[in-house]
Design a protein around this ligand. Structure first.
Ligand code: PXL
Length: 280
């Protein structure tokens, strides 16, 4: 009997289930895998926004990772919210050996929450770039994050995305996906830069009647779950993008505030093979 593949998320906790480890675990399961989760921070939030972010200490995060990784080798890792340099260091130390074994690591650089609360202090971004980014199989910044990480302007990210991707590849990430979802226009365009090529992903933008949050979390965890199942990166990004688009289309309010993604949306791909999913 082969062992089940276990994807791991290392991210913040969002009690509303719209982002962070709660969202990631739902996405993992939808993509066929039962995951593991190490929280790095507790947020106090409902769908109408983040009231507080409480960082766990580096020691607390290290203790969780050490205990888990002593017993389980994850098939892929997604890293989300990291609230401080000491947590970045703890995560980078624990994930170094996994990166060396070529276990895919998807790093979503959550510098601020979607409602604008700063998460990783500006002075800690250098440590993030130096210690964690070189371990990343894929880095998934949005436009603002790409600008801050590359020290270039958002105008440059919008107008010369490929140059910005090249700069980020030089910092050690093996692949970079810049999410253009925040660009104005009819199409939501994301650009993936690998060491060999650039790939554009364009899907019709979903008009947002009422905000949804956690789309970045869902995208990065969906990619991690697909990489865990050996789906090639270019296909994994396409399937994950289509899944998140369907999840936005089916999003529903669960109370006041932003809508919750439809995590039960069906993962599909155009001309690419989606892994067999339970019940489908
Ligand atoms: O979407 C960014 C994000 C990531 N992780 C957690 C969050 C948020 C946004 O609110 O709460 C835990």
């Amino acid at each position: 009997m082969s062992r089940p593949l276990v994807p791991l998320t290392v991210a913040g906790s969002d009690p509303s289930g719209g982002a962070g480890i709660q969202a990631d675990l739902k996405v993992f399961l939808r993509l066929g895998l039962s995951g593991a989760a190490v929280p790095t921070a507790w947020t106090a939030q409902g769908p109408s926004g983040v009231r507080a972010v409480h960082a766990l200490s580096g020691r607390e995060v290290k203790a969780q990772l050490d205990a888990l990784l002593a017993d389980v080798r994850p098939a892929a890792v997604k890293v989300g919210m990291l609230p401080s340099a000491e947590v970045v260091r703890a995560v980078a130390r624990a994930l170094g050996p996994l990166a060396a074994k070529k276990i895919p690591i998807v790093v979503d650089p959550v510098l601020a929450t979607s409602s604008g609360t700063r998460v990783l202090p500006e002075e800690d971004v250098a440590v993030f770039m130096r210690q964690l980014v070189p371990l990343a199989t894929l880095l998934t910044p949005n436009i603002d994050e790409a600008a801050e990480l590359s020290k270039l302007s958002t105008t440059q990210v919008r107008n010369d995305t490929e140059h910005v991707i090249r700069e980020l590849l030089r910092t050690g990430a093996r692949n970079v996906l810049i999410k253009g979802g925040h660009l104005a226009g009819e199409e939501a365009v994301d650009i993936l830069g690998t060491r060999e090529e650039f790939v554009m992903y364009s899907l019709p933008r979903v008009p947002r009647r009422r905000a949804v949050h956690g789309t970045g979390c869902a995208l990065s965890s969906a990619i991690a779950a697909l990489l865990a199942q050996k789906v090639p990166l270019e296909d994994a990004v396409q399937i994950a993008k289509q899944y998140v688009r369907s999840a936005i289309l089916g999003a529903k309010a669960v109370g006041r505030g932003s809508r919750l993604l439809d995590y039960l949306a069906v993962p599909e791909g155009e001309d690419v093979a989606v892994p067999d999913l339970p019940g489908s």
